[in-house]
Design a protein around this ligand. Sequence first.
Ligand code: NDP
Ligand code: MG
Length: 387
Amino acid sequence: SGRRRISILGATGSIGQNTLDLVARDPVAYEVVALTGGRNVAQLAADARRLKAGIAVTAHDDLLDDLRAALAGSGVEAAAGSDALTEAARRPADWVMSAIVGAAGLAPGLAALETGATLALANKESMVCAGPLVMATARAHGGRVLPVDSEHSAVFQALIGEDIAAVERVIITASGGAFRDWPLEKLATATPEQAATHPNWDMGQRITIDSASMFNKALELIETKEFFGIDPARIETVVHPESMIHALVGFRDGGLMAHVGPADMRHAIGFALHYPERRALPVERLDLVALGQFTFRPASEERWPALRLARAVMQEGGLAGAVFNAAKERALDAFIEKRIGFVRMAEVVETVLDRLSAQSVLNVDAITLDKVREADHLARMTADVVM
Ligand code: NDP
Ligand code: MG
């Protein structure tokens, strides 16, 4: 058969660039259908040229001329705007990487699933905002969703050949982020620059700050519930500062299957790219003796209130995830712009959840893209009022 058709949504980001690294090692194996990016038009154009993509799309209309200029004479089509992005995701492909950051990744990911493609999902926000819709869309069109988030890839791998009914618990680990050793009183003074340095992983700015606040782990708890259909009471998190064990699955016979690997996203991306095969990947091989030890600490809800909020969201269901994520995105914007402090983020999200819950916004019969968009919009407006 011919080359494997792939598209990468969010190609200019951290996950996108790691995906391109793997793809570029074997260019004859792949036909790159579409690459999308945001502000980094120079990177987008360079990658689209190098990999002879069919189309390159920036999310920003005002950057279309820049993108066109950067692609002149290359034969790569150029487009801009969120509709163009979703249209590009709809172009026939076998495998689509969903690596846009934030709720903006939902519509293009759904569009890819509607074509029956396999969606490699790094964009956890899709699962948090609309997990049931994402899974139903995959089922309805004969596509499938493969996890890319390292913890979820780890759980997925630990479950291969297992009966889901035999699962007693799922434990996802957390590094604890930049402030895991800070005294609690000092957290209120934390700056965006301090929060954006991660002890183990090299990731985009937003997810790195979300690691420090544990909003990232909160999103991942919800993602675990939605992805694997596991009862929230069976989903745990533990702080594991070495970030070597990504997740553990506990079975009813008392056995725990742990997934261990270096903090390199190319493992989880490559696993999803080659699944169901397990191919060689260019990641470091761990020297356990040199590492010496793996340690664990409790994930305190006092230090990281986002974890408590995730429990409430899982309990509530419906549009609570969409509201939670949108309020978090606005609070994070405000923190990055130094309009609110680090500790205030969780307070804002909690207030927005409480208000919209009291207004009965969270309950719906079925989650649709329109309803998610409405809830997302309302949550952002409410967050702005609260701040
Ligand atoms: P980055 O910030 O590095 O990259 C985000 C990508 O999305 C870039 O291509 C960016 O374009 C694009 N983008 C930003 N805003 C928009 C928008 N409004 N519409 C369309 N495209 C947009 O993020 P990461 O790669 O770190 O993360 C991507 C996703 O993967 C997130 O959901 C994150 O939670 C998840 N993830 C990331 C991990 C990691 O190791 N980085 C690990 C696990 C999950 P540009 O840069 O050109 O502006
Ligand atoms: Mg993760």
